[in-house]
Design a protein around this ligand. Structure first.
Ligand SMILES: CC(C)(COP(=O)(O)OP(=O)(O)OC[C@H]1O[C@@H](n2cnc3c(N)ncnc32)[C@H](O)[C@@H]1OP(=O)(O)O)[C@@H](O)C(=O)NCCC(=O)NCCS
Length: 382
């Protein structure tokens, strides 16, 4: 079995494996998939496992921007991991994922995230449960009742607004000190903003993308940089209340819409979990944002059997909103790379200890909890 880069000639075979894995893609979605697939293979981010000339499995690692405590960094998202049914259970998936991890490191991505359909394969290679995409069900009438405090200019948007949307996403996630959310590249945004079945509205400091889904409304993204814009965009979605019986929306765990509603008690939230991996310890720490009020100095010993350059004792120094990891002598509390990845994503040390991901001295636990605190989320699925 060889692992190599995909070429355009391989795409029909991948679509066949995809069909056997996730079901058939209707014509227009297959076209969109081909466009995305071509873009990722041109970037060297699409790998295949081949038995001779026959495709056995495939995986993509599209690059996203991901914010950690309000600071953006490149992130290798892992998507479309598929193995032919007749090739499963023989280690093809794991070999592919090892190659994906190596490629992410070669490409300079210090962190990676993925939505797992099954956990063990990814966990065994260092990805760990970290955050969620939270889909809350809201009443359209309750959204309609959100009052405007001042007029907000909204306009329909299209592909040429892609750069503006990306700029808004960046400034809102930075201002909110967000952890976890991602942004697509401009070419992907141009494709999304060209979809005639989506309703796309732009304000000066926010936007919403939503669509009909079997008679109800689905909000893919709603990002607002001010109370006035949040009110304007959510109440716009609420104008569907005469037809839609519910609105399902991807939201942050503490999304302001939940505070704008007049009533709030029982909530229906569907969480789709994502896993996260630190690919390069030193770069991942250097690229993460931290609370500027926190000064922390901790020593940890990391075990990463898949990436030996991460294995060893690291001194973590956090101050002024930034951090560094430098190689150190001796032994600190022991973190598996899964534990380090979950810690990076804000999972408390008490959970890591009881979950078997952290052991040894607890002297740095409070400092680590304070430095890495966060409730990571994403608004986008990939
Ligand atoms: C999931 C998938 C990619 C795994 O590929 P594979 O070549 O069969 O995986 P491997 O043989 O390398 O197995 C790797 C590990 O994953 C486990 N695994 C594989 N398929 C699994 C499944 N369906 N459920 C739970 N664990 C599974 C194996 O048991 C093995 O773990 P172990 O060594 O601890 O026993 C493949 O089954 C597939 O294409 N499934 C359909 C599409 C899909 O779910 N893709 C994942 C999207 S995130």
């Amino acid at each position: 079995m060889d692992i190599r880069d995909m070429t355009p000639d391989d795409l029909d075979a991948v679509l066949d494996t995809r069909k056997r894995s996730f079901g058939p893609l209707p014509g227009d979605l297959a076209d969109a998939w081909r466009a995305t697939a071509r873009a990722t293979l041109e970037q060297g981010r699409f790998l295949g496992a081949f038995d001779g000339s026959r495709l056995a499995g495939a995986a993509r690692l599209p690059r996203f921007t991901q914010w950690w405590h309000g600071r953006p960094q490149p992130m290798a998202g892992v998507a479309g991991v598929v193995v032919n049914p007749e090739d499963r259970g023989r280690g093809v998936g794991r070999r592919l994922m090892r190659a994906v991890l190596a490629r992410a490191a070669e490409m300079g991505d210090a962190v990676s995230a993925l939505y797992p359909a099954t956990t063990p394969i990814y966990r065994s290679l260092g990805w760990e449960h970290a955050g969620a995409k939270n889909n809350v069900t809201l009443s359209p009438e309750a959204l309609r009742a959100i009052r405007l405090t001042e007029p907000v200019k909204l306009r329909r948007m299209g592909p040429d607004d892609a750069a503006e949307v990306i700029a808004i996403v960046g400034s809102v996630h930075a201002a909110n000190r967000a952890s976890g959310p991602i942004c697509w590249d401009e070419a992907s945004w141009r494709r999304f903003l060209d979809d005639e079945d989506d309703f796309l509205y732009l304000a000066d400091d926010g936007y919403v993308t939503y669509s009909w889904d079997k008679g109800d409304i689905s909000v893919d993204n709603l990002v607002a940089g001010s109370e006035a814009t949040a009110r304007a965009l959510w109440s716009l979605v609420g104008t569907s209340s005469s037809i839609a019986t519910k609105v399902t929306a991807a939201v942050a765990p503490d999304d302001p819409v939940l505070w704008l509603l007049r009533e709030r008690s029982k909530e229906e939230v569907e969480r789709t979990r994502w896993m996260f991996r630190v690919v390069d310890v030193a770069d991942a720490i250097a690229r993460r944002g931290f609370p500027p009020m926190i000064s922390a100095n901790a020593v940890v010993t990391v075990e990463d059997p898949e990436r030996p350059s991460n294995t060893g004792t690291w001194r973590l120094e956090i101050s002024g909103g930034s951090g560094t990891a430098s190689a150190a002598e001796g032994e600190g509390p022991r973190l598996t790379v899964n534990g380090l990845s979950a810690l990076y994503a804000g999972i408390p040390t008490s959970t890591l200890r009881l979950g078997g991901l952290l052991s040894g001295s607890a002297e740095f636990d409070e400092a680590l909890d304070a430095a890495f605190a966060g409730t990571p989320y994403m608004l986008d699925y990939f």
